[in-house]
Design a protein around this ligand. Structure first.
Ligand SMILES: *Cc1c(COP(=O)(O)O)cnc(C)c1O
Length: 217
């Protein structure tokens, strides 16, 4: 199967309210261009340097999503062009994104990452930290960052019940905060292995890499 075939096949199965982020990390520009020519305009990368290089080389109507963990000192390399940052999980990072967005006279959309997996290694806030971040004065003063929803990654496991439990938990947090925050519209959950389940649990944005571009080394 070609990249364009994979892409169109997956797109045809997604409900209309679900946005597809084509995760192109480690893949060459020629692969991304194949997706672009098949109509894809949203690409996800997990390294800022790599994303910036691809942004320079590719058509300017692409929306670039940063889906990886973001180091504060690298925000400046994407502030000019990034369309959505998925993995935001600290006030310090929020403040740096705001600062860099201001320099470019932009408002940058972000998702707060929530820790839902069992693994200790996955980044993210818990429910309490989310509430305290959103209600803090330091956060509310910021004018150049907009939190538009939440992102989460389930445990890497074959146990569907476990994954479903984690997605459902994230969805319930999302619903709870949507009530107080009308800008909360995006729930980013689901990857190649679990996106159908994520959609059943309420995802509005799926991040799919290997099912489109093939495996990575
Ligand atoms: C790599 C990655 C994906 C895509 O993973 P696939 O299993 O290849 O679909 C999704 N989300 C994040 C945060 C990733 O790092």
């Amino acid at each position: 199967m070609s990249i364009s075939n994979n892409l169109l096949k997956i797109k045809s199965t997604l409900p209309e309210h679900v946005t597809l982020v084509a995760v192109s990390k480690t893949k060459p520009v020629s692969d991304l261009m194949e997706g672009y020519e098949a109509g894809q305009r949203i690409f996800g990368e997990n390294k800022i340097q790599e994303m910036a290089e691809k942004w320079e080389q590719m058509p300017k109507d692409i929306q670039w999503h940063m889906i990886g963990h973001v180091q504060t000192n690298k925000v400046k390399f994407m502030a000019q062009f990034v369309s959505l940052i998925h993995g935001v999980d600290s006030l310090k990072l929020v403040q740096e994104i705001n600062k860099q967005a201001l320099k470019h006279n932009r408002i940058i959309d972000c998702l707060l990452q929530i820790h839902i997996a069992e693994e200790e290694t996955k980044f993210g806030l818990d429910e309490e930290e989310l509430a305290s971040l959103l209600s803090s004065n330091e956060f509310q003063e910021l004018k150049n960052i907009r939190i538009v929803g939440l992102m989460g990654m389930a445990t890497f496991t074959d146990h569907k019940d476990q994954i479903k439990k984690e997605f459902t938990h994230l969805k319930s947090i999302f619903d709870q905060f949507t009530i107080h925050n009308s800008q909360f519209t995006i729930l980013s959950m689901g990857m190649s292995g679990d996106y159908q389940l994520a959609i059943e649990c309420g995802s509005t944005m799926v991040r799919i890499g290997s099912s489109i571009f093939g495996g990575r080394n």
